[in-house]
Write a protein that binds this ligand. Structure first.
Ligand SMILES: C[S@@+](CC[C@H](N)C(=O)[O-])C[C@H]1O[C@@H](n2cnc3c(N)ncnc32)[C@H](O)[C@@H]1O
Length: 178
């Protein structure tokens, strides 16, 4: 049973993995329902383009698109991309509302996104923070699930324990006057 579960997990988790340097590898783990709700609460009052960095099966993208965001899910795992696209078609969600691209977000310029969601791993948060600080506009908001950015002060947070999510406003991160 354990071996079968591990086998199934590797089929879904491993495609695309080799393309990313070892120190930046992040495996697939879906957001829980409560974690997804916490992220949506932190997006309240926001609008525009949203990027989910490592979109997995698309659940954060689908939840955000139902709030009116134009979402792009970046995902290196081609199986998960295929699954998310099929689910979008099945749910009747149009491409501008939920778009899934088979791209490595480390190699993508994210400057056009005003909202960014991430559920990744503790080891990549500091380096990701440096990339986002270079690229995002002052009015952008970043939401991190489970693992906060170690070098940033959060503007807001929702939930507790494994489901906790933190919101970071780039103007605050950059310590700009209000
Ligand atoms: C912890 S899962 C989160 C999935 C989804 N966002 C959710 O909350 O359910 C992280 C995802 O990031 C993807 N990923 C890891 N590194 C990536 C990269 N450099 N570019 C695009 N996707 C990446 C993994 O394949 C995995 O699906």
């Amino acid at each position: 049973m354990l071996i079968a579960s591990y086998g199934l997990w590797t089929i879904f988790a491993l495609p695309g993995f080799r393309k990313v340097p070892t120190s930046l590898k992040v495996p697939y783990l879906p957001s829980s329902r409560v974690q997804t709700q916490n992220v949506m609460k932190l997006l309240q009052g926001r609008r525009g383009c949203l990027a989910d960095l490592g979109s997995g099966d698309g659940r954060l993208v689908f939840a955000a698109s139902s709030l009116g965001f134009r979402c792009t899910g970046f995902e290196i795992n081609s199986i998960l991309i295929g699954y998310a696209r099929a689910r979008a078609r099945w749910m009747g969600i149009s491409t501008p509302a939920a778009r899934f691209v088979n791209e490595d977000f480390w190699k993508t310029d994210l400057s056009r996104y005003k909202n960014v969601t991430v559920f990744l791993a503790p080891g990549v948060m500091e380096v990701l923070g440096r990339k986002l600080e270079q690229e995002l506009a002052n009015d952008a908001r970043v939401i991190a699930c489970r693992f906060p950015f170690p070098q940033w002060h959060a503007s807001q947070s929702e939930g507790q324990g494994l489901d906790q999510a933190w919101a970071y406003d780039m103007a605050t991160v950059r310590k700009l006057p209000a």
